[in-house]
Design a protein around this ligand. Sequence first.
Ligand code: ADP
Length: 502
Amino acid sequence: MAFGFVRSLRFRLTAIYVVFFSLLLVAAGFVFRAVLEDILGTHVREILEEDWGLVRAYLRIERGKVQWVYDRADPDENYTVERLRRVYLLTDENGVVQQVSTVYQSLGIESPGQIREAIRSRESIIRLRRTADGTPFLVRSGVLWDERRKPYYLAIGRSLGERQSTLRQFTLRFFPIFPGLILVGAVLGWLITGRALRPVNRLADTAQRISASSLDVRIPPRGAGDELDRLIEAFNRMMERISASFQQIRQFSTDVSHELRTPITAIRGQLEVALFAAQNVDQYREAIGNAMEDVERLGQIVKSLLLLAQAESGQLTLEKVRTDLAASIRNLLEQFDIPAGEAGVTVVTDLPPVCTAQVDRVQFDRLVSNLVSNAIKYTPRGGCVVIHMRCSPANVVLEVRDTGQGIPKADIPHIFERFYRVRTADSNQGEDSNQEGLGLGLSFVAWIVKAHNGCIDVESTVGEGTRFIVQLPTWADFGGAGRELRTSESPHDSDKLTLKNK
Ligand code: ADP
């Protein structure tokens, strides 16, 4: 439990925030201290410069005699000279000490060599020096001239003790408040991250509440337009897709059980007739014959489902061979003579004499027969179905056109989905309609086209008819490439969809 808490995003974000905040605070403390040290240092330097000027005003060296000239009756001047002489050294050009204060002695007097060098260079230098007990002093040294332009070495200093104590005060006052500031920062960080992560927790709670029966759960967007809103939006969209898939699966289960129940009920009826009512061999034969037909249909449905499942899971391999597609279609269409005649639909072909391509024969026949049977199925009596084929060295274009009921615009993007069927008043009413089916035919067509690296177009106008245009490469290198769905309005106000391999 405690481990889980430590691993929580809120805890980790707060911890990271506290670490950065603390580092920033410590860095700011050091920067402030450095700035303060610099300001105080500059101040001491300025005072030292002033003192240098004062020493030059008060000190006289005449004929080797060193004298402090000031009004001894004036307490201010007395004090100033006293102060100037507290850290003070005066030597001649050979380093022979003329006057030195006790404090300066504890800093250590420069060697004659150093003094000669300083006089020679004529530069004034400011240096940090320390007494034996470590007290820091800032010392300014340089050259002073007597009335005969004879050089003397002069050094005066100021204690930095005051600066050190100010810095110590700053450290002692500023740094101890850090733990308090960090604590306040941690509490604030905890509250802010809690607030920022609230939508994420809501998302998690909602996701936890989702079950197969509550797929309509959505999280209301906050309207902030931020990353979390995008996450919520993506989540809601994902839920919509899942819910649509679930709905499709539910619909499929209903359809499958419905489709399977019909022949099973019929078989049962026929067998009951054979068992209880049949009087002679002919009646037995008829009942069992009818039962066989329904068993056939049952087998067809189960086979289709199995085949599609295999195809979509990549277990169905294609056997590509050079095939005359025109001859193949002509052969195939013979089996539609009777259904077309019964439906009162005329089937017209416009095929080249020969059109060779490399296809899987069984699947190509399945593709054509699905498109043609649909065209006949969805075309009313008196209508017409045209099968047209064009052949080029690169590809083959097969067009199946009908003058049927057409497909509503809203349904077009879905007709290739598994188990999708356009719901019409007719198809809703019952299974006696001539338009029964499982909604698997076009899923097969889509898969076959995809497996041949081809593409398929649909154009349809309700009440006027539908046109399926299949394009297959002549020398297809079969593969399960991804497909692309594209919908667009056709120039003739009909609705159009393209399913294409990439
Ligand atoms: P079904 O078994 O229902 O025919 P399909 O997958 O073959 O399933 O077709 C899906 C749906 O597309 C059909 O239910 C039908 O509504 C529509 N459809 C397919 N072909 C045509 C067509 N030629 N004319 C009108 N509608 C069609």
